[in-house]
Design a protein around this ligand. Structure first.
Ligand code: NAD
Length: 348
C-alpha cells in the first residue's frame, strides 16, 4: 500500500519571496507569522515583506508544543483577525502551526529553516503537564511548504549536523518500516545519499549554498518518508529518552542513530545493506557512527548530560510496551544499546 501526503512544495533560493502569492493562492489575505523568540527578528522581516497580507507575529513557539503556548497563539490569531498561519522555523514552530490548524482549521504555510522534516508530515506531538502525546491526521499536514536554502545559511554548523542526522534517522527507519513499500524505500535512499553528500560539505564550508540546497532537499525527502512509513526502535527510544529525561531532540537522534541501527541490523541486515554501502562501512551502524565522527557530531549521551544512573530506567521505559522492530525489543539488549550510546563507543 502506498499513500502519499498531498502538499504543495516550492523549492529554491529566493523562493521565500513567493510567500504572499502562496497565501493568495489559498484564498487567504491575512497571515499570522509564527516563530521562536530566537527567530523573532526574521519573522518581523517576513511580516514587513508581506505588507497588508500579514496580520502580525507570534514569536512564542517553543520545544514540544506545550498546550498553553498554543492557547496564547490562538488568542493572537483571533485578536489579529488572521485567516491563516505561516510558520517560519523548524519543528518547534511548525508544531505550533499544526496545533493551531488542527484546532481552527486554518491553512498553514511553512517556511522551513531546519532539516527536522516536520513540515511534510501529518504528525503532531503536543505536551500538557509534562506529558507528550502524538496524533496523526490529514488536518495536521501543512498546505504549502517553502524551502529556501538561503534561510538555512544561518543554521550553525553544529545544529546543521545534528538536524541533518535527525532527518537521516527518518529515512533509515523507513527502510525497515513494517509498512514500507518500493516508493518509500526509493525516497529514503535518495534522502540518505543527499545528506551524506551535503553534510560534510557544510561542515567544510558552511555558506556553500549548493550543499545547503542538497541538505534541504534530503531533509524534505526524509520528512516525506517519516510521514508515510511507521517508525520503530530508533524513534521510540528517542521519544522515551527525549521526553522522560528532557534531552535535546536533534542531538539525541544524532547520538542514538548508529546504535539503534546496529541493534536493528541484526534482524534486518539485507534491508540496511544499502546504508552500509552508502557509508562504505562494514555495517550500517558502524558506517553511520564513522560518518558522525567525521562530522564532529556529538557521540555520547553522557556529553548531552544524560546521567549514567538513568540508563536502567530508560531501558525499562523503552521496553514497557512491545512494538514492531525487525530485531525484537528485549530489555538486556536495549540496556546494552543505551550504555554503548551513553559512553559513545563505536558499535560492535
Ligand atoms: P527547533 O525548531 O526547536 O529549532 C531549534 C532552534 O534553532 C530554535 O531556537 C530555532 O529558532 C532555531 N533555528 C531554526 N532555524 C534556524 C536557522 N535557519 N538559523 C538559526 N537558527 C535557527 O528545532 P528542530 O530540530 O527543527 O525541531 C525539533 C522539534 O520538532 C521537536 O519538538 C520534535 O519533536 C519536533 N519534530 C516533529 C516532527 C513531526 O513530524 N511532527 C518531525 C521532526 C521534529
Amino acid at each position: 500500500m502506498y499513500t502519499g501526503n498531498p502538499a504543495r512544495i516550492l523549492f529554491g533560493c529566493g523562493s521565500r519571496a513567493r510567500l504572499a502569492e502562496e497565501i493568495g493562492r489559498l484564498g487567504r489575505s491575512h497571515a499570522l507569522v509564527l516563530s521562536t523568540p530566537f527567530q523573532k527578528t526574521d519573522a518581523e522581516a517576513l511580516v514587513a515583506s508581506l505588507g497588508p497580507m500579514a496580520a502580525g507575529v507570534f514569536a512564542g513557539a517553543t520545544m514540544h508544543t506545550p498546550r498553553e503556548v498554543t492557547e496564547g497563539a490562538l488568542s493572537a490569531y483571533n485578536d489579529h483577525g488572521a485567516d491563516c498561519v505561516v510558520s517560519l522555523g523548524g519543528g518547534s514552530t511548525i508544531g505550533l502551526g499544526k496545533a493551531i490548524a488542527r484546532r481552527n482549521g486554518a491553512d498553514h504555510i511553512v517556511v522551513a529553516t531546519t532539516y527536522a522534516g516536520s513540515e511534510v508530515t501529518n504528525i503532531l506531538g503536543e505536551t500538557e503537564n509534562g506529558i507528550k502525546t502524538t496524533v496523526r491526521g490529514p488536518d495536521i499536514l501543512p498546505e504549502t511548504v517553502i524551502y529556501d536554502p538561503e534561510l538555512t545559511l544561518s543554521l550553525p554548523v553544529a545544529m546543521s549536523v545534528t538536524s541533518g542526522l535527525n532527518a537521516m534517522a527518518h529515512a533509515v527507519e523507513a527502510l525497515y518500516a513494517q509498512d514500507r513499500n518500493p516508493i518509500t524505500t526509493m525516497i529514503a535512499l535518495e534522502a540518505i545519499q543527499a545528506l551524506r553528500d551535503a553534510l560534510p560539505a557544510i561542515v567544510a564550508t558552511p555558506d556553500n549554498i549548493e550543499a545547503r540546497s542538497r541538505a534541504l532537499y534530503g531533509s524534505w525527502l526524509c520528512g516525506s518518508v517519516l510521514g508515510m512509513a511507521g517508525m520503530a526502535l530508533h524513534h521510540k527510544l528517542c521519544h522515551t529518552i527525549g521526553g522522560s529525561f528532557d534531552m535535546p531532540h536533534a542531538e539525541t537522534h544524532a547520538v542514538l542513530l548508529p546504535h539503534t541501527t546496529a541493534y536493528t541490523e541484526r534482524g534486518a541486515a539485507d534491508l540496511l545493506k544499502p546504508v552500509a554501502d552508502l557509508f562504505a562501512g562494514p555495517s550500517a551502524g558502524v558506517g553511520l557512527y564513522d560518518f558522525a565522527v567525521s562530522l564532529g557530531a556529538p557521540l555520547s549521551l553522557a556529553s548531552l548530560g544524560f546521567a549514567e544512573a538513568d540508563i536502567e530506567r530508560a531501558a525499562e521505559l523503552a521496553t514497557l510496551n512491545p512494538y514492531y522492530n525487525p530485531q525484537p525489543i528485549e530489555l538486556e539488549g536495549i540496556r546494552t544499546l543505551i550504555r554503548r550510546a551513553w559512553v559513545g563507543t563505536r558499535p560492535a
